[in-house]
Write a protein that binds this ligand. Structure first.
Ligand code: ATP
Length: 317
């Protein structure tokens, strides 16, 4: 049996606006999502049993049914019972490189990789749209993780419009190893504190969506203008996460003092990133931040913005 090895990139948010509440109760969001080349590696292999098994040596990654990669395989088994019966279960090995609970969609991208891997292994020939529809049932970041690149995401974050690539730019990412922020906590706290500003009327929601579609960030991306993009970085969740985690706030300030195009927290945090116009500049900023924050708990990465989502690494016999 073949092993399918997939590259599953992390995402950052260049823009995250919480517009209001949708009729279905979810938050209405407007985000610019961006894939970076910090990635997990996922190996999918038929195991000839009727079980889905997760293997991962990262202490924060669950190996049971709560793993999003497991849930992705379970969804595929439910949707394609004949294939599940023909091929049997699967061993899914996650080589974790993306920090966990970091606002980088680590679990979502692993799930996206399993959908793509099982589609290949079971020779289903699903379209990208079909895979994204399945992904949306697992979590709102999963559809983006399948296609990757640069995209405007509205609705729950799963209505995607592709944007021009930004592959000339780099980021420096930083996260305190022992610090985790729950995405659910961040959104709930935002709702508690700011729901008085929420839009819920359907027409107004649509207007606000359109405002982002034709707004300055999308325009800066259309011109691939790194300096403008850096100035326009925005994340509403900073309003609840930064006051609760002063360490993250200080880290963001340290980045802003560097020669970068802009700095921001990604998603629900606590990862902070800065945009740089070259790999050399990103590397220098990484060293400068490391020197300014001599804390062994702080991890830093340089990553390139990429135009792809889940990619097949190499089929191994
Ligand atoms: P998002 O930004 O999409 O909310 P995140 O990057 O903040 O996600 P994840 O790395 O996906 O967060 O982890 C969130 C929680 O999900 C973890 O605490 C972990 O217990 C659980 N989890 C389930 N499956 C995975 C997985 N494959 N990889 C990492 N964490 C997982």
């Amino acid at each position: 049996m073949q092993t399918y090895t997939l590259i599953a990139p992390a995402k950052i948010n260049l823009y995250l606006e919480i517009i209001g509440t949708r009729p279905d109760g979810y938050h209405e969001l407007a985000m610019v999502l961006q894939s970076v080349d910090l990635a997990d590696q996922i190996a999918v292999r038929a195991n000839g049993t009727d079980e889905i098994r997760i293997h991962c040596d990262h202490p924060q990654v669950p190996l049971d049914k709560s793993n999003l990669a497991y849930r992705a395989a379970q969804l595929m088994a439910e949707q394609f019972p004949d294939s599940f019966e023909n091929f049997g279960g699967a061993d899914i090995t996650i080589h974790k490189h993306i920090p966990v609970a970091a606002g980088l969609a680590g679990g979502s991208t692993d799930a996206a990789a399993v959908l793509v891997g099982l589609d290949l292994m079971w020779e289903l020939g699903l379209t990208s749209t079909e895979l994204q529809e399945l992904g949306g049932r697992l979590g709102s970041d999963v559809p983006f993780c399948i296609a990757g690149g640069t995209a405007l995401a509205t609705g729950r974050g799963d209505a995607l419009s592709p944007l021009p690539d930004l592959t000339h730019l780099y980021v420096v990412l930083a996260k305190y190893r022992s610090l985790e922020v729950s995405t659910a906590w961040a959104y709930q706290t935002f709702r508690q504190q700011f729901s008085n500003t929420y839009v819920s009327d359907v027409n107004t929601l649509e207007n606000r969506r359109q405002r982002v579609h034709s707004g300055p960030m999308v325009n800066a991306i259309a011109h691939r203008d790194g300096a403008k993009i850096g100035q326009l970085l925005h994340n509403d969740l900073e309003r609840v996460v930064l006051p609760a985690y002063p360490q993250v706030s200080r880290l963001r300030q340290t980045f802003e003092q560097q020669p970068v195009l802009g700095a921001m927290m990604s998603g629900s945090g606590p990862t902070v990133f800065a945009v740089a116009e070259s790999q050399a500049q990103a590397q220098q900023v990484k060293e400068a931040v490391k020197a300014a924050v001599p804390d062994p708990d702080l991890e830093l990465w340089v990553a390139k913005l990429i135009s792809t989502g889940i990619q097949l690494a190499s089929p191994i016999k």
